[in-house]
Ligand binder design. Sequence first.
Ligand code: IPE
Ligand code: IPE
Ligand code: MG
Length: 243
Amino acid sequence: MQKVKILSEKLPQHLAIIMDGNGRWAKNKGLPRIEGHRVGMEKIRDVMNWCRQRGIKVLTLYAFSKQNWNRPREEVEFLMRIFEVYLEKEFDNLMEKGVMLRVIGRVEELPLSLRKKIKKIMQKTKANEELFLNLAINYGGQEEIVDAARCISALAREGKILPEDIDVELFRKYLYTPNLPYPDLIIRSGGELRISNFLLWQIAYAELWVSSVLWPDFTEQDLDEALKDFASRERRYGAIKGD
Ligand code: IPE
Ligand code: IPE
Ligand code: MG
């Protein structure tokens, strides 16, 4: 408890995680890659609880990128199925814990049965406000920016806005989660030093933390290590150090 209290002094309001390393985790154990995805999905419930306990209000998890369709068909099909299972299994828990769940990404390209479940769960959890959980499925940061640009150019074509009305604030309103603060901290598990098309617009000033731990092995201590480091960062936003 004490530890949590110290951390909460300088806590990210919005934490985003690139949940990477499922395949390698499975391979290291001589298991098929999909087993890594299954265990990795179960970790979501833990991470959500750890965030709630620490007072983090927004959690965004990268579960499937737009580019992940390039994987073997069986792996992709398995992932689509476990997303459905997750939504079914977690519904009661999300309601009990007051979690609003949103799926961000090109949902319209997902299989119909998954889309239906997403629609239902988003509708049913939309009044919850203890924790805002965003699951990025079929998500791409470039695609999100393109989607916003399409909406804005449609408005311009209809004469509702002028090109010179387009600025950072207006653009922001057409992103997938216009009402949420940008991530303060991005954690990537699995050790890769890259962003892989995640939240490109929103992470302009996010702090980065890469953990070599593979996602299914990620623990509460690993989260605390990242949070502790975050608390020691000085965020300058392009200005210079104060006194
Ligand atoms: C992340 O784990 C999950 C998805 C991208 C769907 P990976 O499947 O990328 O695991 P590694 O990076 O191959 O170990
Ligand atoms: C990023 O991981 C996407 C998710 C974790 C869902 P990838 O494994 O797809 O990223 P790359 O291919 O290593 O860049
Ligand atoms: Mg990977």
